[in-house]
Each structure stands twice: as structure tokens, then as C-alpha cells.
Write a protein that binds this ligand. Structure first.
Ligand code: C5P
Length: 205
């Protein structure tokens, strides 16, 4: 059986938690596509001694392996910022496209989360979700998660800069697909969001 759930939305809106829960409950495989861009960004920064070279980033994207996604330095805010810079390069996105599509087509069902899953990677996904929350709520969640000494204001500014870059780029900008279900988790608990998403998936299964 092939069945694809596309989950998009801005940083720290709850996409990852919701996607993991859905993949567990339905027995679908899960791909956090942000890790691909984070790995390219971190390796490019590392190789370039702190400088992101666009040409080199494309080479890294072309040679990326699944092991690169296991690095332990992908969750930092520096990695997030680097990811959103390399993610604006069309050749980087192109290099990562087929891996994501192949993952979505595998037997047994798949959940992919990112920014352009419902619009570019899997426009024919069986169920599309666009998960959002207010800037303040997202920053508070990320602040608690990172717990790295950054102030709430810094985390908020960081998220807003990344969202602006992701929504404003020319190639595959972050936007809700016309046929996506909207899930605003500002006031909705994760349990309630998962319950709602489960009902939408069951309608299509
Ligand atoms: O989801 P996460 O916050 O880990 O993503 C890191 C960055 O990778 C995003 O800010 C975005 O620039 C980029 N990204 C993307 N398309 C995706 C997934 C992530 O452009 N499908």
C-alpha cells in the first residue's frame, strides 16, 4: 500500500511531534526533511570554516548520505539558520528532491514533514496538513527545548528570520497547499491535533 501524509508549516509549530505520533499510530515511515537541509548547511559551514559557499553546498547536497542525517549537531539554531540559507538555493533543493519522492513512494505508507511537501515534493499526497501556531507560542516551545542560554527574544528573532527566509524565497517557498488541512496548535494540544489529523487520515484510508 502506498499512502503519503504531507506535513508542512513553520519552525516549532509541532510538525515533528505530530508526524512522529501519526507514523507510530499508523505504522508509516517518517522522514524529517528538515534534517536534509540541516545536514547540508552544517557540513557546508564546517568545510568552509564558518562560511557558506553556495557551489560547495550544492556538491554536498548531491553527495549527502543517510549517515549525514545522524550527526549530533543538526538541532542547533546555527544549523537551522544555515539550513534555511542553503534551502533557498534551487540546485540544493533539486539535488534532494528524488530522495524525498522515493521515500514517499515506498510501500507501507509514509509521513514527510517540511516546508514544501504538499506543494512540490508530493503534490498528490493523500492527506496534507499545514501546522501553524503564533510566533510567541512557537518561540516559547523552542526556547524550552533548546535550553542553551539563549534568551526568549533571541529565539523569537531567530525563528522569525528563518520563517521570513523560508516564506520569501523564490523556489518552493513555505506556503500551505490549497488542499491542505490547517492545524493551528496555538491553543490546541498536541493530543487534540493528532486526534484531528487521525480522523482526516482515516477518512482517506
Ligand atoms: O524543519 P526544520 O526546522 O528542521 O528545517 C530547517 C530548515 O530547512 C527550514 O528553516 C527550511 O529552510 C529548510 N527546509 C526546507 N524544506 C523542507 C524542510 C526544511 O526548505 N522541506
Amino acid at each position: 500500500m502506498k499512502f503519503t501524509v504531507a506535513v508542512d508549516g513553520p519552525a516549532a509549530a509541532g510538525k515533528g511531534t505530530i508526524s512522529r505520533r501519526l507514523s507510530n499510530d499508523f505504522g508509516f515511515r517518517y522522514l524529517d526533511t528538515g534534517l536534509l537541509y540541516r545536514a547540508v548547511g552544517v557540513i557546508a559551514l564546517h568545510d568552509g570554516q564558518g562560511v557558506l559557499d553556495p557551489h560547495w553546498a550544492v556538491e554536498i547536497a548531491r553527495r549527502l548520505t543517510e549517515d549525514d542525517m545522524d550527526r549530533d549537531d543538526l538541532r542547533t539554531s546555527r544549523a537551522g539558520q544555515a539550513a534555511s540559507k542553503v534551502a533557498a538555493l534551487p540546485e540544493v533543493r533539486e539535488a534532494l528532491l528524488e530522495f524525498q519522492r522515493a521515500f514517499a513512494r515506498r510501500e507501507g505508507g509514509a509521513v514527510l514533514d517540511g516546508r514544501d511537501i504538499g506543494t512540490v515534493i508530493c503534490p498528490d499526497a493523500d492527506v496534507k496538513l499545514f501546522v501553524t501556531a503564533s510566533d510567541e507560542v512557537r518561540a516559547a516551545r523552542r526556547h524550552a527545548e533548546l535550553n542553551n542560554g539563549q534568551s526568549f527574544e533571541q529565539v523569537l528573532a531567530d525563528l522569525q528570520a528563518r520563517d521570513a527566509r523560508d516564506a520569501g524565497r523564490d523556489t518552493a517557498p513555505m506556503v500551505a497547499a490549497g488542499d491542505a488541512h490547517l492545524l493551528d496548535t496555538t491553543k490546541l494540544s498536541i493530543d487534540a491535533a493528532v486526534e484531528q489529523a487521525t480522523a482526516w487520515i482515516n477518512e482517506r484510508l
